[in-house]
Ligand binder design. Structure first.
Ligand code: IP8
Length: 250
């Protein structure tokens, strides 16, 4: 099976609060629908989708000073951040359903939590049942309760790593705004097998992003057993056909 993340900055306009990038979301939904129609293709083992926040969630989280490590005990703040992410999730589900993709929501706030050290606990039995019944579960970056800190942000990237591990994913894909991890000359780095080799070129994210940026993504993916790919929207169809566009991380 495949775990695929649609980056928040791919499906939204990240610099304008709560603005969907409808054209990009539709392009992604088209690629997913086409790949699922292809019986016996790379998606035969099932697909779990995760999406990030982009201009939904991040603005609300930074307004309330909430990040992956700084929490809040204000339920109003939790509802705002979670509500923004549910709105975006609904947009994603609708675009997929319009294309006959049997997409269903899984909201991390209601299922996951962090322990006092920040370790993520994400139950996956419901995701496994959904997959077995032919659904495409769609999770998203969210706020979740954390022991001793109220509620903190969980990024879609962390969910991808945890899902890939728990579901023993064969392939992991991160669809980003860039065609892969870029070097100093903006050329795509084909393969990354250790973090130190690329540390200097992995800058922080430029717009409001309370989670890790490219460095965090690469670090998380390097922890996994299997190979993963980071690619742009134009590489999505090829990834879903079983190819390795962009940067391969293993
Ligand atoms: O865009 C973060 O998810 P990400 C979600 O995958 C929130 O980092 C609530 C800021």
């Amino acid at each position: 099976m495949i775990v695929l993340k649609l980056g928040g900055s791919v499906i939204t306009h990240k610099d304008r609060a709560e603005t969907l990038d409808g054209a990009s979301l539709e392009q992604a939904a088209d690629s997913i629908a086409r790949a699922l129609e292809n019986e016996g293709g790379a998606l035969e083992g099932g697909l779990v989708l995760v999406h990030g926040g982009g201009s939904f969630g991040h603005h609300n989280a930074s307004e309330h000073g909430v990040s992956t490590t700084t929490g809040t005990h204000d339920a109003g703040a939790v509802l705002e951040i979670h509500g923004a992410m549910k709105t975006l999730n609904q947009f994603v589900l609708t675009r997929l359903l319009e294309r006959d993709v049997q997409a269903v929501p899984v909201h991390p706030f209601s299922t996951a939590c962090r322990d006092g050290d920040g370790a993520l606990e994400l139950p996956t039995s419901q995701v496994k049942s959904m997959l077995a019944e032919g659904f495409v579960p769609v999770l998203h970056g969210d706020v979740i309760a954390q022991t001793g800190r109220g509620a903190t942000v969980v990024s879609g990237d962390e969910l991808v790593v945890e899902l890939a591990r728990a579901l023993e994913a064969d392939r992991i894909g991160l669809c980003s705004t860039v065609p892969g991890v870029l070097d100093e000359e903006d050329a795509v780095i084909e393969r990354i097998s250790n973090y130190e080799a690329v540390e200097s070129v992995l800058g922080a994210s430029e717009t409001t992003d309370v989670t890790g940026g490219m460095a965090g993504k690469v670090n998380g993916l390097l922890e996994l057993e299997g190979a993963s790919s980071i690619f742009g929207l134009d590489g999505l169809a090829s990834f879903l056909e079983g190819k390795n566009p962009g940067t391969t991380i293993e």
